[in-house]
Design a protein around this ligand. Structure first.
Ligand SMILES: Cc1ncc(COP(=O)(O)O)c(C=O)c1O
Length: 409
């Protein structure tokens, strides 16, 4: 099977080397050199597309203009800072915890004025007030919100009035391009242009067309969906704002970069893949197309051993179980097949070859890295040329946001 190989796993284990006797498992290990490599690979592809003959745009950027990565994969200030260091200052997030992590990190670095976050999740009223409180503490940062339907946009407008916001709130309209998860279909938005142009506290800043239902190979379906989005954007031209069109995650972003109308319209198109920064098994087509490296690994150890079976300390609370077994792979032990995990145990069936000793460290590649990162409160960062450090996964899980008590502690 293609993907991260045994040599790469051995190199990562060697980098952790001196720490191994003291490092308990399971542990999330992130290779920063691979993170930087992956970010550069996406930027190169964006740059090629941005500067392509059909785009008509020569923004002089290194591709960062075209990318609004989703940080649900990273959840950590240390990793978001790698994006910032590469000039990628726009991003998307899904949770209040992610928004807080981004705003706090930007404040710590004195760079709030260059942060532009789209909270790409349809907020109910309590979550809206929590988001506004977080954003209000960092007025120099740009925080944009998502409207699920014209009625939701009107509700957001009313909530913004009630909150007494000092400046207009930028909204992206969530366009359902066939995924059937959130948002409204293009005709519903088109019929509401006049109502949306008359919002008093909110401003239509973008159209959000996330196409997570499409697989890498569905390029024709993707092109048809992007055409619908471009048609809708043309209908919103009368509103007069410089519209942003946000599409595509790790499973479709090349199709979006290749779509001539998205690149050439009187709007700014941006893709929003996030998994590409860390990579995982399910993003294999993108990894192959861009030459991505596996950046996130789970260190586990053998805790039990039978004749044709070993069990690792990496159950469903160490590798996310939201994918069917096998939900991970061991590049250095191709003869061992992961079975269904229990909470703290991952049994492996020996199909061929040797099995590792009791206590032996092994590295796992998760099938789905985003939900796996979310299981860890800290990770070990491997840094080229210097010793590893620990870094918090600040946006792990969900904190309690309770407006009547003010900001969460
Ligand atoms: C709204 C939204 N945008 C972008 C993405 C892209 O993420 P990924 O790169 O993991 O495909 C996702 C993934 O779930 C998403 O829900």
């Amino acid at each position: 099977m293609p993907g991260p190989d045994a040599a790469r796993a051995a190199a990562i284990l060697a980098d952790i080397g001196p720490l191994l006797p003291a490092l308990a498992s399971p542990a999330l290990v992130v290779d920063l050199a691979a993170v930087d490599h992956n970010i550069a690979a996406v930027l190169r592809r964006c740059h090629g597309a941005t500067a392509g003959p059909s785009s008509g745009r020569t923004d002089g950027s290194s591709g960062s203009e075209r990318w609004r990565p989703h940080v649900k994969t990273l959840k950590s200030a240390a990793l978001v800072r790698r994006l910032w260091a590469a000039g990628v200052t726009r991003c998307k997030c899904a949770t209040l915890d992610e928004l807080q992590m981004l705003l706090d990190a930007a404040a710590e670095d004195g760079r709030e004025d260059s942060l532009d976050v789209l909270l790409a999740y349809p907020l109910h009223e309590a979550a809206f007030h929590a988001a506004v409180a977080l954003a209000g503490a960092h007025p120099a940062a740009r925080v944009q919100l998502l409207a699920d339907s014209p009625e939701h946009a009107l509700a957001l407008d009313a909530w913004a009035a009630r909150a007494g916001l000092a400046r207009p709130l930028d909204l992206h309209l969530d366009v359902d391009l066939g995924m059937g998860r959130t948002g409204s279909p293009p005709p519903v938005w088109r019929d509401s242009v006049a109502r949306l142009a008359a919002l008093s506290r909110c401003r239509v800043a973008g159209l959000h067309g996330y196409d997570g239902h499409l697989a890498w190979s569905q390029t024709n379906e993707a092109a048809a969906a992007y055409d619908l989005l471009c048609d809708l954007a043309a209908a919103f031209a009368c509103i007069g704002t410089d519209l942003e069109l946000v599409t595509s995650g790790t499973h479709s972003f090349l199709a979006a970069l290749a779509h001539p109308r998205l690149a050439a319209g009187p709007w700014r198109h941006r893709i929003s893949p996030g998994t590409v920064v860390l990579s995982d098994l399910r993003s294999h087509p993108a990894a192959e197309a861009l030459g991505l490296r596996q950046a996130a690994w789970v260190l586990a150890r053998v805790v039990s051993r039978g004749p044709d079976r070993v069990t690792l300390d990496a159950g469903s609370k160490a590798i996310a179980p939201d994918r069917p077994a096998p939900n991970c792979r061991l590049p250095a032990w191709p003869g061992l097949v992961p079975l269904k995990p229990s909470e703290e145990h991952l049994p492996l069936r020996r199909e061929h070859g040797a099995i590792p000793d009791h206590g032996a460290p092994v590295l796992l590649v998760p099938d789905h890295v985003c939900t796996t990162v979310n299981l860890y409160r800290e990770c070990l960062l491997l840094r080229p040329g210097s010793s590893p450090v620990r870094a918090p996964i600040g946006a792990q899980g969900h904190r309690l946001f309770l407006a009547s008590e003010g900001s969460p502690a």
